[in-house]
Design a protein around this ligand. Structure first.
Ligand SMILES: Nc1ncnc2c1ncn2[C@@H]1O[C@H](COP(=O)(O)OP(=O)(O)OP(=O)(O)O)[C@@H](O)[C@H]1O
Length: 453
């Protein structure tokens, strides 16, 4: 079925788009998800079209699981999805393969440079922790407009950790301080597309002039031009001219200069002249602070501290996913008129939580329990019966049973070759004691949290 005759599919696709927007935020939606088109459904396969190979790769690496989950849930009969590249989607009727690819010729007015800056990505809304403070301080230095102790600023970190946010914040702040400042922000992909279009139009001069006339140039995701030699050539000259004219240059990538394969050495050594600042994954405290700040900025949203703590513990991959999970829970709660509590959160995020499930091992339990009660790790396995080691050992067996899928005999073996009845006895004993002994109850709660984090 192709969408010329697929009213249901079209309606389902529109509601999927609404969910994607709520879940990933307007910017990510506009940059990556909005261009995705559902062009048809064929033999249980939903066919999604994208305008470039780059975007198709990006969608495959970042959003495929989510798109598959939504499409299979919302469209009866869909079991899988296929991505096709269709530079220009002229019509949604007819099979994807029959559409002729069209060259993309960007139309960029001469006075517009790069992409617009998002106001909500400001320094104010950026929460600072140990993992991003160097990047944040460096970004502020660039934005304050004073003398630059380094140039360029190179920010790197894996996806969704705030590189783009900081770039927008730099641009916004510099412009606030100096209304005349000319700021250009663009992805390395856009740099390449515009450069190639200028080459085709035999007008590279105006491309060069436009870029080099700015006070601050920011290029995002420079790993994109790896292996693209003519673009790198132009990029290198742009970098040089910006720096030697005393203008500010900020560049980001998903990895450090040493790991940027396929980028020319002269570009890498130019980067190393400046300040290289990494952004690391946020720790629990930062994740918690980010969530609290996001909730504060959601008018009317009521999200309990237990839900925020739960999300901060469970979604550890990156801030974009953390934010996406929060947006999704709040959006669904609003949609169905329910309060955001832990049960609702677990239900709405079941697929995300499964992907983030932490596999707790018996080794880890033994180590953490031994540390907690300051007993020797070897005592977890030893035959000693003294109470100061026997009780921690029972606690560890108990946690092994509750937090791992291991069987009683297996747990017994891992605790110095004990019989499964010994483990069963330990589990029963701790269950009974928990009800009566508040200290033990608190210990178990604390240990479970340490292990779950
Ligand atoms: N420290 C932070 N405080 C507040 N929000 C943050 C922070 N770090 C990241 N975010 C938010 O997380 C989302 C993803 O961040 P951003 O798009 O800047 O990531 P990125 O590092 O550029 O990722 P990519 O490499 O995939 O482009 C954004 O909505 C951003 O506002």
């Amino acid at each position: 079925m192709f969408l010329g005759d697929g009213g249901d599919a079209r309606t389902a696709w529109e509601s999927i788009r609404t969910m994607l927007r709520a879940e990933f935020g307007q910017r990510t939606y506009d940059s990556w998800l909005k261009p995705v088109e559902l062009v048809g459904v064929e033999a249980g396969e939903a066919i999604l079209a994208l305008p470039t190979h780059f975007m198709a790769d990006w969608i495959r690496n970042h959003f495929l699981d989510r798109l598959r989950a939504l499409l299979t849930a919302q469209l009866a009969g869909v079991r899988s999805i296929r991505l096709v590249v269709q530079p220009v989607i002229r019509d949604r009727v007819g099979p994807a393969e029959t559409l002729e690819p069209q060259p993309i010729v960007p139309v960029v007015p001469a006075d517009v440079i790069g992409l617009p800056l998002e106001e909500r990505y400001s320094f104010d809304s950026f929460i600072v922790g140990k993992s991003n403070e160097l990047a944040y301080n460096a970004a502020r230095t660039v934005a304050e407009g004073g003398p630059m102790p380094f140039n360029p600023l190179f920010l790197h970190g894996t996806t969704g950790l705030g590189k783009t946010h900081l770039m927008h914040a730099i641009g916004g702040e510099l412009r606030q301080r100096n209304r005349q400042a000319k700021v250009a922000y663009m992805s390395a992909e856009k740099f390449m597309v515009e450069f190639l279009a200028a080459l085709r139009a035999k007008d590279t001069i105006s491309f060069k002039q436009r870029l080099r006339s700015v006070d601050l140039l920011m290029i995002d995701d420079v790993q994109f031009i790896a292996g693209k030699d003519s673009t790198q050539e132009e990029f290198f000259h742009t970098m040089n001219e910006i720096i030697s004219a005393g203008k500010r240059l900020v560049i980001t990538a998903d990895r450090s200069p040493q790991n940027l394969e396929g980028i020319q050495d002269r570009i890498l050594s130019r980067l190393a002249w400046g300040l290289v600042a990494d952004i690391n994954p946020a720790d629990y405290e930062l994740r918690l602070n980010i969530l609290m700040s996001k909730v504060e900025r959601m008018p009317g949203a009521k999200v309990g501290a237990d839900v925020i703590d739960f999300l901060a513990r469970r979604i550890t991959s990156n801030v974009r996913e953390l934010e996406g999970a929060l947006n999704r829970v709040v959006a669904y709660a609003t949609l169905v008129g329910k309060a955001v509590d832990l049960d609702f959160t677990r239900q709405v995020l079941a697929d995300v939580l499964r992907a983030h499930e932490k596999k707790i091992t018996i080794d880890e339990i033994q180590r953490k329990v031994a540390d907690y009660y300051t007993v020797k790790l070897s005592d977890m396995m030893s035959a000693r019966r003294a109470r100061e080691v026997a009780r921690p050992r029972q606690v560890a067996m108990y946690l092994a049973k509750k937090l791992t899928p291991r069987s009683l005999p297996e747990i017994g073996r891992r605790f110095g070759g004990r019989d499964h009845t010994t483990v069963m006895h330990a589990v029963k004993r701790i269950d009974e004691l928990r009800a009566a002994d508040r200290e033990l109850e608190a210990d178990i709660g604390h240990l479970s949290r340490i292990l779950d984090n």
